[in-house]
Design a binder for this molecule. Sequence first.
Ligand code: 4AD
Ligand code: MG
Length: 458
Amino acid sequence: NYLFRIGLVILTFFLGALVPNIGLFISLGWVKSVRKQKGCTFFDLVDGSCPSHLQVIITGTHPTELKPGCSLTVSGSLEKSSHPKQEVDLHAKECRIFASCPLSDGQYPFQPQKQTSLEVAREHLHLRPRTSLFASILRMRHMVTNAFHQWLHDHSFIGIHAPVITSNDCEGAGETFLVRPSSDFLVQEMGNEGSEQDMAYFGHKSYLTVSSQLHLEAAACGLSRVYSLGPAFRAENSQSTRHLSEFWMLELELGFLDELNSLLDLCENLLKDVTKSILESGGDDLNILWTENLETEGHVKALLERSFQRMTFKEAVEILKNKGRGLEVMQPGTLRRVQEMELVSHCGNQPVFITNWPADNKPFYMKWNHEKEAECFDLLTPIVGELVGGSLREDDPQALELRLSQTEKERLKWYVDLRRFGGLPMAGFGLGLERYLMFLLGVKNIKDTIPFPRWPHH
Ligand code: 4AD
Ligand code: MG
């Protein structure tokens, strides 16, 4: 009995020590704006996890460094807010500033209390993630990436990590970045500055990958349905708002698929399902970005409503010919951006598949039909134009060899071998992640959809 009473006293003592902390809430973040009123200070705190802020109230004096842009930790009690737009306010008990953000000397380019435009933010890539619009884009990019992975997992695709360094120029367009050791390495290892041969990757000409497709085909030959989501590099000297030197591509490769329409169905289902799931979970970030460009919501929702139209390249050429106004296809087998956008608008601003392009301008791996058309497609959508490119793959080893030069034949022997040992009909496509984000969010410049964009001279 005596011991029990002592125990009770000790327990009461500890509980007593805990009571003042019950309901204590700690938050960390950056101050967006500060408002002072008689006897108290209000400030809005953001931490980047979501677009909303937390209103903090300090009664009495506040730290002198408490200014927009500073970083801090604050603890106090969460209480029901009297503000109609906020559920709770944080009534601060303690506030510790980590660092201030001097604004008056003009060195900091943004005004924390105001929304920074994407154009201004783009001028300061290292500071850009702290601007609210761009933070919304990064959160959406994360959500979209997860949605693609989830869909592919649910549809029995196996994710493959493809190499970044490769000796193949999959698209054959010569838009590759060469990989070579630094000259320091050459001096140490080879005792010279590097001959033509040494300039290559340990004696072999190698590049940063332009597409993971060929490696995915090898993987599909063992796993049937595979995909990769990884970086692709293109040395296109383009300053356009739709091209990056380094972008992320979602590539799917399917074994035992020999019918172009089935590939189109799969592509359409993937886009519809992923877009639908983003509309359901996109929340405030999506709404914030849609208000920046009011047409976007309509385009995105329209994608879910109807089947995507399908037309051959020949039909597209005919439509453009009838439009006149300089829209006629002059360069055989290619479409310019204005022509792509005209076809999208012709289809009621809905996505449209253009299939069966002339084989002459297409990469060696595409399957041809009897009219020497490649069994391939481009998917064109509002805002971006070409969003996806894909094809059936040539499964005849002899047909492939006929299209390859002697050097290519040696280098791509492994690829042709895939057809020699238990070969199978295969098909796949690649979707530019940044271009999908442009479409979904209505972002006009591709550089605003990737954390750190790389483009010529930048
Ligand atoms: O049409 P592309 O070049 O197709 C391929 O690379 C195929 N090997 C893919 C496959 O079948 N596995 O590129 C596919 C997509 C384009 O439709 C476009 O969305 C995007 O990649 N893309 C770019 N995105 C940003 N910047 C660039 N420079 C891009 N080049 C292509
Ligand atoms: Mg293409």
